[in-house]
Ligand binder design. Structure first.
Ligand code: APR
Length: 255
């Protein structure tokens, strides 16, 4: 369906699909937050080109919590903390307000969809703004816990605190998992924004949606595991820029 049409022609097609959709799910990855200053994990400048991803393997973390927390602090708390939602997050929130998006399934842990005003957000990989005690399961706001001394420990029981996001080797939280599979069965449009589609099981959701008949719109400056396989309309470009153009067609008040 993408064929040889220009970006603007494809944006018109995508807008038409979105306006006619009965239930649209937005499925987002790290790419949607790049214009907020958060690097992606893979590709040029990706975090995994600078840091060893095995540091975020749960067994590795439990075996060496101080080393694990040193990396986690550097990546997710010293740096990520100041990021703000960009145009792409804001347009998605407005689309939800106008009934054009039913829910967001995000792989991101940066809380930027919520900060942009989106309500129905399901975090497939959890959220970095919360810490959890591995002993008594007490939750804390990350902003309430000092990371001057590592590893941080629970005020209640002295147990080891861990960011409340999914490490490699951990299971996906049940609520977001069920919401994602439900989305894949009820959505007639999936808009995929900024993901390589590399990580299992998150990357299966769009394939499931396609197999259930959903039309796939994809926004990405580069091709992904979806582009040549299931994408119906490929909007090649940066999320903030493409979503800005899309918003002009979606929200233009009827004359
Ligand atoms: N706008 C849109 N997409 C972008 C932009 C941008 N400005 N910049 C980069 N991208 C795209 C890249 O082309 C790539 O396809 O974002 C994608 C980033 O891919 P990944 O870094 O692999 O991110 P993601 O697919 O979300 O990773 C999934 O891997 O490490 C785990 O748990 C981590 O949730 C993460 C999961």
């Amino acid at each position: 369906m993408t064929g040889v049409f220009s970006l603007d022609e494809n944006i018109m097609k995508a807008a038409d699909l979105l306006k006619r959709s009965t239930f649209t799910t937005a499925y987002t990855g790290a790419g949607i937050s790049v214009e907020s200053g958060i690097p992606p994990f893979r590709g040029e400048g990706g975090l995994w080109t600078k840091y060893d991803p095995t540091m975020l393997d749960i067994d590795h973390f439990l075996g060496n919590p101080v080393k694990g927390w040193e990396i986690i602090k550097e990546i997710f708390y010293d740096f990520f903390g100041k990021a703000k939602p960009n145009k792409a997050h804001l347009v998605l929130a407005e689309m939800e307000k106008q009934g054009l998006v039913g829910r967001i399934i995000t792989q991101n842990i940066d809380n930027l969809h919520q900060e942009a005003g989106s309500i129905h957000v399901y975090e497939f990989h959890g959220n970095s703004k919360k810490l959890v005690c591995l002993e008594c399961r007490m939750h804390y706001k990350a902003s309430e816990i000092s990371l001057d001394h590592l590893p941080p420990t629970c005020r209640q029981c002295g147990g080891l605190l861990k960011p409340d996001f999914v490490f490699f080797g951990e299971t996906i939280p049940e609520g977001p998992l069920l919401a994602a599979y439900e989305s894949a069965s009820i959505s007639d449009v999936f808009i995929i924004i900024g993901t390589t589609g590399e990580v299992v099981p998150a990357n299966q959701i769009p394939f499931l949606a396609k197999s259930n008949g959903a039309k796939i719109i994809e926004i990405n400056p580069a091709e992904s595991n979806y582009t040549g396989q299931i994408t119906d309309i490929f909007l090649k470009g940066k999320a903030g820029e493409v979503m800005e153009k899309l918003s002009k067609v979606l929200f233009t008040p009827a004359l």
